[in-house]
Design a protein around this ligand. Structure first.
Ligand SMILES: C[S@@+](CC[C@H](N)C(=O)[O-])C[C@H]1O[C@@H](n2cnc3c(N)ncnc32)[C@H](O)[C@@H]1O
Length: 471
């Protein structure tokens, strides 16, 4: 560390900062003599008094103590839990300003991390609905709900969302504006039932307690509703009482599940499921394709905007009708079936067995005979199958936030499709992976951000690459 760096700021300093932009992950960025300072829970345009909590060679991190001046475009957040709940981090920005910031983030990462220095990124495509757009929400039970105010009384039971950065702290919610109003009614009913029947909330430090999560899913085009209560054990008699109560209050629930999770890890997916009512899945449509979605399957959470996302992916795939396509990380086969209408053959690859099962059923129900779904971990399963199946003209990837495993990058380069479509939920790993492909065999053609998650700092992106050299 040189002297100049020491002078700028040091840990523990309280300092006034002008927030200039939002970095990937949602932290505000301020600059002090060229040093980037990342500040939690702020928006561009605000002036804040902040405490430096971390100082590294090339950046610092700060926590806001007080907002000294509001941003000119700052608005009143709709949700009373705003600022405490980890769900919506930028609800106090107009939606158009949120889109502007997200576009700027993607452009910055593509240019700076990806090394595509002058590459233009068009404005993010807006979600048709800015509220009530989520078709799935996961809530967590707690025996120590977060107190919003020091004078608030301690409560023994709560149901809500994690507060940012705290795996063990949950803020109780009565309304979540990201889900449909009926889902709020169901959430409040389950909370009141649990309170009345003295459910003991699972504690992820001591691992005592029983009630873990409530997962709600809604079929945007079908109005089907899934209620999935995640608990540590199956209590048969009590579940019958719960079933009767909730089904008589909400007869529109189409499936009721009790997932059992005995694992220590804080995940809302059960090791086993008891289906208390209905078929154990809901159905929803994307475009004119219908999908079966079970409790543990991945399905895009903003149904209407997923249709925009897939239309972008389809456009980038540039299919003429005779192509062989691989859909890597295919989930329940949604992209695969979108593409299959315009391709000769589509192979979908996916890790989760229940998603593959849903994908096969979805394909069969819709009469597709040109799709095949292959189960396995993509770091191995692509190379294991590549000699058996037809070579791909186009590959579409839609990995989780960590991006592509190096084996997957290597395997794609070996297959060498003419076009590669990268659907990403993390522009940072997207930029890293695009750089790998474009170091040798591919060129970047287009990058289109699509906003699937208004009021959060997440952004989806579709990138198109074209092969320029057979590696
Ligand atoms: C972002 S989702 C995309 C799903 C699908 N394309 C869609 O739009 O609904 C990522 C998917 O990758 C799957 N996945 C995660 N890690 C994987 C791995 N190592 N190998 C294969 N699939 C994996 C997940 O189960 C999930 O279904």
């Amino acid at each position: 560390m040189n002297d100049a760096e020491q002078i700028v700021v040091k840990k523990g300093d309280s300092i006034e900062l002008e927030i200039e932009s939002l970095a990937f992950g949602g932290k505000g960025v301020a600059k002090v003599e060229g040093l980037a300072i990342f500040v939690e829970r702020v928006i561009p345009g605000q002036k804040v008094l902040a405490r430096i909590v971390k100082k590294k060679k090339s950046y610092a991190e700060a926590y806001p103590l007080e907002v000294l001046r509001k941003a000119p475009n700052e608005i009143e957040a709709k949700c009373p839990a705003f600022g405490t709940c980890g769900g919506c981090r930028i609800q106090n920005l107009e939606y158009t300003d949120q889109l502007f910031e997200k576009t700027r983030q993607v452009r910055d990462l593509i240019q700076r991390v990806g090394g595509f220095s002058d590459f233009e990124v068009p404005a993010a495509l807006p979600s048709p609905e800015a509220f009530h757009y989520r078709n799935k929400m996961e809530f967590t039970f707690t025996s120590t709900p977060w107190r919003n105010h020091p004078d608030d009384e301690d409560q023994p039971f709560g149901l809500g969302q994690h507060i940012p950065g705290r795996f063990d702290k949950i803020v109780h919610l009565e309304t979540c504006y990201l889900q449909k109003p009926v889902m709020n009614d169901i959430m409040n009913f389950v909370f009141a039932f649990g309170q009345e029947h003295k459910w003991e909330a699972y504690n992820n430090k001591t691992h005592a307690g029983w009630a873990r999560n409530l997962v709600l899913r809604y079929g945007e085009h079908t109005d089907e509703i899934m209620v999935n209560l995640v608990t540590k054990t199956y209590e048969k008699e009590h579940m019958q009482v719960f079933k009767q109560a909730i089904m008589s209050a909400f007869p529109q629930i189409t499936t009721l599940i009790n997932s059992i999770n005995t694992r220590l890890s804080d995940t809302a997916i059960g090791e086993s499921e008891v289906i208390l009512h209905g078929p154990g899945h809901i159905r929803d449509r994307l475009g004119d394709s219908e999908f079966e979605i079970s409790a543990s399957s991945f399905f895009q959470t903003n149904t209407r905007q997923a249709e925009t996302l897939y239309a972008e992916a389809l456009k980038a795939a540039g299919l003429q009708g005779g192509e062989v396509v691989y859909d890597l990380y295919c989930g329940t086969g949604t992209i695969a079936l979108f593409l299959a209408k315009q391709a000769k053959k589509v192979y979908g690859f996916e890790l989760i067995a229940s998603s593959i099962k849903n994908a096969r059923r979805n394909a069969k129900a819709q009469g597709f005979d040109n799709v095949e779904f292959i189960l396995g971990d993509l770091k191995d399963v692509l190379s294991q199958n590549v000699d058996r199946i037809e070579a791909a003209d186009v590959i579409v990837v839609d990995p989780p936030r960590a991006g592509l495993h190096q084996n997957v990058v290597d395997d794609i380069l070996k297959v060498g499709p003419k076009r590669l479509v990268y659907v990403s939920c993390n522009p940072s790993t997207l930029a890293r992976d695009l750089k790998l492909f474009c170091a040798t065999d591919y060129e970047l053609v287009s990058v289109q951000p699509v906003d699937m998650f208004p009021h959060t700092t997440h952004i989806e992106t579709v990138a198109q690459l074209k092969r320029i050299r057979k590696g």
